[in-house]
Design a protein. Structure first.
Length: 82
């Protein structure tokens, strides 16, 4: 991930983030065709982070939020602040 706007033409505006720095970006998923027996979706994810002179360290997390299912669909937005 990078920090900044990839559409910028000014040198130095886009840079790599430092260890555990939030990039300020988000991702949204729309899950469809979810079994009607489920009321919520739980999200678990793996993250890889390192400083410049270290090997990447993997960590595993669960988002502490129940994403509701409506009519067989769930919209999930992850910002990195969960």
């Amino acid at each position: 991930m990078f920090i900044g706007d990839s559409n910028e033409v000014t040198p130095g505006v886009v840079r790599m983030g430092t260890e555990d720095e939030n990039s300020g970006k988000s991702v949204t998923f729309k899950l469809t065709n979810i079994d009607s027996g489920f009321d919520y979706v739980h999200v678990l994810y793996a993250r890889s982070s390192s400083s410049n002179d270290q090997a990447a360290a993997d960590t595993y997390h669960k988002v502490i939020f129940d994403f509701p299912v409506f009519d067989g669909e769930a919209i999930i937005t992850i910002t990195g602040k969960e």
